[in-house]
Design a protein around this ligand. Structure first.
Ligand code: COA
Length: 146
């Protein structure tokens, strides 16, 4: 199976939406419809800091990487936070997840981003994939809900 990665476009909604629902279910999270609508709109809007790249197999969108580009204090170049990564359960293990991260790495090099990073749960089996890219650091996350 050949995997290709490209930017999200507005014709992708019918494919993206079930994947997004699968992703939020994976995190046992029930999002307001207005939030999903806003996420979709911002992912398509080139003026937004949100971006989305999709993986295709045989012309079908099977996965996505949703990212936020942000500024930082230790570099003047943009930093890319890979916030959401998801691949359709039926095609997992076909290289789509790896292809999405590799495509972001390549895009970041082209565009002059200083870093690509992501966080995951300690026990996420996907770390088998992540460990192929880099060794995890020892930072921990503190979150204050507001
Ligand atoms: C994580 C995820 C996107 C990986 O997508 P994928 O397309 O299956 O990954 P790939 O096929 O590119 O995997 C490449 C390698 O990593 C391994 N791998 C990837 N995900 C794995 C997982 N969940 N468990 C075990 N191994 C995994 C594959 O076995 C493969 O190893 P190999 O090259 O030695 O055979 C997918 O498993 C997923 O959507 N998981 C649920 C949501 C999730 O955890 N998202 C990430 C949150 S941080």
């Amino acid at each position: 199976m050949t995997v290709s990665v490209r930017a999200l476009n507005k014709e992708d909604y019918a494919d993206w939406r079930p994947l997004w629902d699968g992703y939020t279910a994976f995190y046992e999270c029930k999002l307001e419809e207005s939030v999903t609508a806003s996420t979709w709109e911002r992912a398509l809007n080139s003026d937004s800091a949100l971006l989305c790249r999709v993986a295709e197999i045989d012309g079908k969108v099977v996965g996505f990487a949703m990212c936020v580009l942000h500024e930082g204090t230790f570099s003047s170049a943009p930093i890319c936070y890979l916030e959401d990564l998801f691949v359709d359960e039926t095609v997992r293990g076909s290289g789509a997840g790896k292809a999405l991260i590799e495509a972001l790495q390549a895009e970041g090099k082209r565009e002059g981003w200083s870093m690509l990073y992501w966080v995951t749960r300690q026990n996420n089996p996907a770390r088998k994939l992540y460990d192929k890219f880099v060794t995890a650091d020892d930072f921990v996350r503190y979150r204050v809900s507001l």
